[in-house]
Design a protein around this ligand. Structure first.
Ligand SMILES: Cc1cc2nc3c(=O)[nH]c(=O)nc-3n(C[C@H](O)[C@H](O)[C@H](O)COP(=O)(O)OP(=O)(O)OC[C@H]3O[C@@H](n4cnc5c(N)ncnc54)[C@H](O)[C@@H]3O)c2cc1C
Length: 471
């Protein structure tokens, strides 16, 4: 009898495990079916198209959608990656896509002015590879810029891309229901005649946001912990109702002084998996443990304050390694090269520290942990954590040690008035016929927050320009 019971139990457990594994496999593989998908490019050899869009990322998908509205127009959307699978629809899992086949997994060159606590001084640069592009692995923060962002663009040479020119497209994103349908028109792409590109440097206007993570522990049940993420209850809540921690990206709030040049992001993840986070941040072990003092406690409640400067002044460049299409270029963002970025980031960090000292945060026992970094030990942290404020030199040192990419690179093919600009204000590549660039690289300067929604608006405006040109 006892033996039979064991056998039944074993079969039950095995069946449950197999079902679980199949469910995970289904989620991972996905069941997306793409109409008109062509897997073998050779079948297209004798076909021609009105438009060819390279890259089905945020911008490419918007363009393909708008240009293909007219049934008489043919559009070929070329994508290097595959479909992402159902796993990508679970918000909290998006980070787990980094470093997999869905990520181009680029790295910066070793950084001179920053990243000293990361492996080989290199930042990891994830980029979505597949239908949807980086929009499939991002944290889904929605921001449509502030008027100054676009007026700055115009001052830098992007004529007609000012606030007045962008507002209708941005409004459409904030109030999609109010937006009217737009008619598409047919167009024929001119022959693509490419002139020889000279020089290896593409354009030295590479910018990106940087974030400094600071851990704040709390004495309340209010954050996302590893225990909660991995609990059966979370999985059940998500599968049954689409709710719970798995349905969030753990970002709980964003704050900035009015018209501020800097801001803070509250990332509500109290405990983290050391291996997973080091895998996506490239932090060295000692740096990681200094910034995440509860790295071994999977039930620690808390959050991270990410301090950031909205308009960093540092600029870098992208350089071709050689002339082979498969060679990965060199990415050098030159993070923190411009000293003014240090001052701006320090103001953001001090805002985070002030926020932790407010009554609301004190009431949940919030305690900010200043990291003990060996190379910064001459400057801090403050001995009396709550009474003393850290020195600027200490903050500069921890910034240069482990501020991390904000994942918002852009600017390398900026719109400009001059013939040396990569694209003109119609996004046409100077010196190349029939070729436009529509992606985050055409931004002349960063937007004061996350760029994805602004990029959607840019691609909408680009579609209008292309369609108007065809008339
Ligand atoms: C981890 C992460 C988190 C982010 N979080 C946010 C956020 O919360 N909010 C926000 O607003 N922004 C966020 N962003 C930024 C935002 O997602 C990107 O700025 C935006 O998606 C960029 O869009 P894109 O069209 O320029 O490029 P992508 O969306 O990256 O698209 C490029 C596409 O081109 C394809 N491709 C590349 N080369 C070739 C080739 N040779 N042939 C064919 N196809 C090719 C790629 O596979 C990819 O699909 C985040 C980005 C990352 C990486």
């Amino acid at each position: 009898m006892g033996c039979l019971k064991k056998l039944v139990l074993a079969s039950f457990v095995t069946a449950a495990l197999v079902c679980g594994a199949l469910l995970l496999l289904w989620i991972w593989l996905g069941v997306e079916i793409i109409p008109n998908q062509v897997r073998d490019p050779r079948t297209l050899q004798d076909r021609s198209f009105d438009y060819i869009i390279v890259g089905a990322g945020t911008a490419g998908c918007v363009l393909a959608n708008r240009l293909s509205e007219n049934p008489n127009v043919t559009v070929l959307l070329v994508e290097a990656g595959d479909t992402f699978g159902s796993a990508s629809i679970i918000p909290l899992i998006s980070t787990a896509m980094q470093g997999t086949k869905y990520d181009w997994a680029f790295r910066t060159t070793p950084q001179k002015y920053s990243s000293h606590g990361l492996g080989n001084n290199q930042q990891l640069l994830p980029r979505g590879k597949g239908l949807g592009g980086s929009g499939q692995i991002n944290y889904m923060l929605h921001f449509t810029g502030i008027p100054e962002d676009f007026d700055r663009w115009e001052r830098l040479g992007a004529r007609d891309w000012n606030w007045r020119g962008m507002k209708p497209y941005l409004d459409k994103l904030n109030h999609p229901a109010a937006a009217g349908d737009q008619d598409g028109d047919d167009d024929v792409l001119q022959d693509c005649k490419q002139e020889e590109l000279t020089g290896e440097e593409l354009y030295e206007n590479y910018f990106d946001h940087l974030n400094l993570p600071l851990f704040v522990s709390i004495n309340a049940t209010a954050s996302v912990t590893m225990d909660k993420v991995l609990s059966v209850d979370s999985i059940r809540q998500y599968l049954q109702h689409g709710r719970g921690v798995l349905s969030t990206t753990a970002i709980a709030g964003i704050g900035s002084p009015r018209g501020g040049r800097y801001g803070i992001i509250l990332f509500g993840m109290g405990s983290v998996d050391e291996q997973a986070l080091r895998h996506v941040s490239n932090m060295e072990e000692d740096t990681f443990r200094a910034f995440f003092p509860s790295y071994q406690n999977t039930s620690q409640e808390g959050f991270l304050f990410l301090s950031t400067c909205h308009q960093p002044a540092s600029r870098g460049g992208i350089f071709l390694r050689d002339r082979h299409i498969d060679s990965v270029p060199f990415f050098n963002p030159n993070y923190l090269k411009d000293r003014s970025d240090i001052g701006c980031m320090i103001q953001a960090i001090r805002l985070a520290a002030r926020t932790v000292r407010t009554d609301a945060f004190r009431s949940i026992g919030a305690h900010l942990h200043w990291p003990h970094i060996k190379r910064c030990s001459n400057f801090g942290p403050p001995v009396n954590n709550s009474a003393e404020q850290p020195s600027d030199r200490y903050l500069e040192c921890i910034l240069r040690t482990s501020a991390l990419t904000g994942h918002h690179p852009g600017g390398t093919a900026a719109i400009g008035l001059h013939s040396e600009a990569v694209v003109d204000n119609q996004l046409r590549v100077n010196g190349v016929h029939g070729l436009r660039v529509v992606d985050a690289s055409v931004f002349p300067a960063p937007v004061s927050g996350t760029p994805n929604s602004v990029l959607i608006a840019v691609a909408e405006k680009a579609s209008d320009l292309i369609l108007q040109n065809s008339n």
